[in-house]
Design a binder for this molecule. Structure first.
Ligand code: 0GY
Length: 311
């Protein structure tokens, strides 16, 4: 485990730091692969955590993120604003500036953001805004405020990333389906994987993608959803097996609207910290052919985040 301090900040008690020695994956990701969901935390001494945060993490710097990218064989990152930084996107933007065009960003915005600030974010490589509905992570923001932000970022060709729990989908359905942009769902809408994959909860999520062709899904975070955990069978590196049927169903039905990411440095995990190498070896279990792997890891994220070849 990596240990660190966050400037004058004390980590949330019991916080699990990211795994410093990931194993080398057996699965080799295709050339040009994108880790499309990861974060930077601070460092707290340079980029303070937000006063409204619900947790204080360990530091996880851009240098450490880029080292992981190289070690796992990825070409690029999509860095997603974590709630511990609130709507202060400076750590993320700093990482984009130092990525040599190999990172894009998804930020958090307040409705007070100016057009000039949006332009600066776009030029830095930001291509999306994240709306978070997970109650343990954020305070409530009125939906009309979020809709106003979505309308403004639509002008820039950005998309909206949404994070919610599966039980809240019915209540949020109308809002999600009214959004004027492409919408990307984090972690398959966090299904309860102890329920049957054919059951009503996951069926509702599949219906969302089936009926709304502008909605995409990240098939990420098996370590967050799994109840069977990281234990692999017979040295096969087949961890998080209970999540496989869920992610596989989404990859196979919507191959041109799925993304995958490590979620490094894995905020708020209570039981174990995943080995990122093992997470990469989850990919061929859910995307079983080279063609599906190419779409998931290369074609889809490059289309969504790099198609303008700008900045
Ligand atoms: C994730 C998941 C979590 C946290 C955040 O922004 C965040 O704080 O996204 C979580 O705690 O489930 O995607 O990183």
């Amino acid at each position: 485990m990596h240990t660190s301090v966050s400037g004058e900040f004390s980590k949330t008690p019991g916080w699990l730091d990211w795994y410093a020695g990931p194993s080398t994956p057996r699965f080799q990701v295709p050339v040009g692969a994108v880790d499309a969901h990861c974060h930077v935390f601070g460092p707290g001494a340079q980029f303070p955590f937000a006063s409204e945060r619900k947790y204080t993490p360990c530091d996880a710097s851009r240098q450490q993120l880029f080292a992981l990218r190289d070690q796992l064989g990825f070409a690029k990152n999509v860095i997603v604003q974590a709630t511990c930084h609130g709507a202060d996107n400076r750590a993320l933007v700093d990482a984009l500036h130092h990525s040599q065009g190999r990172a894009r960003g998804v930020v958090t915005l307040k409705r007070s953001v100016t057009d000039a600030e949006l332009q600066t974010l776009h030029e830095a490589g930001v291509r999306g805004v994240r709306f978070n509905f997970v109650k343990r992570l954020v305070d409530f923001t009125p939906k009309d405020e979020l809709m106003e932000i979505a309308s403004r970022i639509a002008h820039w060709g950005w998309h909206v990333v949404i994070y919610f729990e599966a039980v809240d989908l019915p209540e949020l359905w109308d809002f999600f389906t009214a959004l004027p942009t492409t919408v990307v769902v984090d972690h398959m809408g966090r299904p309860d994987v102890s329920l049957p994959v054919e059951g009503p909860q996951f069926a509702l999520f599949q219906r969302l993608l089936r009926e709304h062709h502008t909605i995409w899904s990240k098939v990420s975070c098996p370590e967050r959803l799994s109840q069977s955990g990281p234990r692999a069978l017979d040295g096969e590196r087949n961890a998080y097996r209970d999540v496989v049927p869920f992610a596989r169903a989404i990859v196979e039905e919507f191959p041109d609207r799925v993304l995958w990411g490590t979620d490094w440095p894995h905020p708020n995990l209570k039981d174990h910290m995943p080995d990122d190498g093992l997470l990469v070896d989850f990919i061929p279990h859910i995307a079983r052919t080279p063609a599906l792997q190419q779409q998931l890891l290369v074609d889809n994220p490059n289309r969504l985040y790099w198609s303008d070849h700008g900045t």
